[in-house]
Design a binder for this molecule. Structure first.
Ligand SMILES: Nc1ncnc2c1ncn2[C@@H]1O[C@H](COP(=O)(O)OP(=O)(O)O)[C@@H](O)[C@H]1O
Ligand SMILES: [Mg+2]
Length: 339
């Protein structure tokens, strides 16, 4: 096995994919762990491929988003090109090994983060073109980190590419990508729709014995319904169906719209429960009109003073008696003086 390439010390081999081998390595200058994707093709006899790889790596390096795997560097060593990336410990395809499924809520969460990543890339004019579980890496926190933006396009420039004009991975490829015409970001929605369907049900919607059979399915076959036993809310299933529309014009207008729909499914109606719920809906209290603002606080009203006739009469009689007594004393005194 390789011991070292450039300034990177190889720690272990992670996996081999379509275009190369990925290693976990240590950057001896910055002393940090990175991932190296070593393209398994000597580039010296294929300058167009080298140029395309360099261009795509440059575009990918510009992307700066928490749900995108960071590209640190692109180098060529003895005619072998390699891409230096952030090392991400897990990947969605590993979580699906052995026909595993994920709960719909977790799938939608990963789908939401992936569509935010796509939204960021599309805004910079970068279409991924190869969305599949192997390219949705997972950080230790569980957050998605989409990798390999644009690499599929570079591969088409390679003389070794068997399917010139076609790029991507057949099970995830939208009809317009098979046709080899012009594509835009809505292509990535389709790839993500296939991923979500696969993650939730355990297998992709279209499977074929040959490339031709697979193409016919992507182009013409309806998406098989998701089994009721999986308790996936209707809202989630209809979002997936919209991303899998045959014509890009029938999908969401942008990855941002798709992200909003997925977010709505997580926090809104779908969060209430799956469609198989048979219990009656909870009884709602009649809506109480909410005042626009709280009424101004009024001081407690003092009770109005009621006239107390009983008390006044007593005071009056006592006063008359006092006045009469005083008058009698005054008159008696006057008579004594006169007498
Ligand atoms: N930056 C990375 N950090 C950690 N593992 C990675 C990274 N990039 C790719 N891998 C792993 O290496 C495997 C091979 O990657 P790649 O060569 O891109 O082929 P593919 O994406 O077709 O599987 C991926 O499936 C993934 O598990
Ligand atoms: Mg990859």
């Amino acid at each position: 096995m390789l011991q070292r390439i450039g300034r990177y010390e190889i720690l272990d081999r992670v996996a081999s994919g379509g275009q190369g081998t990925v290693y976990r390595a240590r950057d001896t200058v910055l002393d940090r762990v990175v991932a190296l994707k070593v393209i398994n093709q000597n580039i010296e006899d294929d300058p167009a491929y080298l140029e395309a790889l360099q261009r795509e790596a440059r575009l990918a390096a510009r992307l700066d988003h928490p749900n995108i795997t960071r590209v640190h560097d692109f180098q060529v060593e003895d005619g072998i090109p390699y891409i230096v990336m952030e090392f991400i410990p897990d990947a969605l395809d590993r979580q699906l090994r052995g026909n595993q499924r994920l709960p719909w809520r977790r799938a939608v969460e990963i789908g939401l983060q992936t569509s935010r990543a796509l939204q960021h890339a599309h805004e910079q004019g970068v279409v991924h073109r190869d969305i599949k579980p192997q390219n949705i890496l997972l950080r230790e926190t569980g957050a998605a980190a989409v990798s390999d933006f644009g690499i599929a396009r570079a591969f088409v420039s390679s003389t070794r590419s068997q399917t010139a004009g076609v790029m991507g991975t057949p099970a995830y490829m939208a009809p317009e990508q098979w046709a080899g015409g012009a594509v835009d970001g809505r292509l990535d929605q389709y790839g993500l729709g296939i991923v979500l369907y696969e993650v939730i049900t355990g297998s992709p919607p279209f499977q074929g014995d040959s490339m031709e059979a697979l193409y016919v399915q992507h182009r013409e076959a309806p998406v098989p319904p998701i089994s009721n036993s999986l308790q996936v809310p209707d809202e989630v299933e209809s979002i997936i169906r919209k991303t899998l529309e045959k014509s890009p014009g029938d999908r969401y207008g942008s990855a941002s719209e798709l992200a909003d729909a997925l977010e709505g499914a997580l926090t809104g109606g779908a969060a209430q429960g799956p469609r198989t719920e048979v219990s009656p809906p909870p009884r709602r209290e009649p809506p109480r009109p909410e005042p626009a603002a709280a009424p101004p606080a009024r001081p407690p009203r003092s009770r109005p003073q009621e006239p107390d006739f009983g008390g006044s009469l007593l005071i009056m009689m006592v006063s008359i008696v006092v006045i009469a007594v005083v008058l009698a004393i005054v008159m008696a005194a006057a008579a004594a003086v006169a007498g």
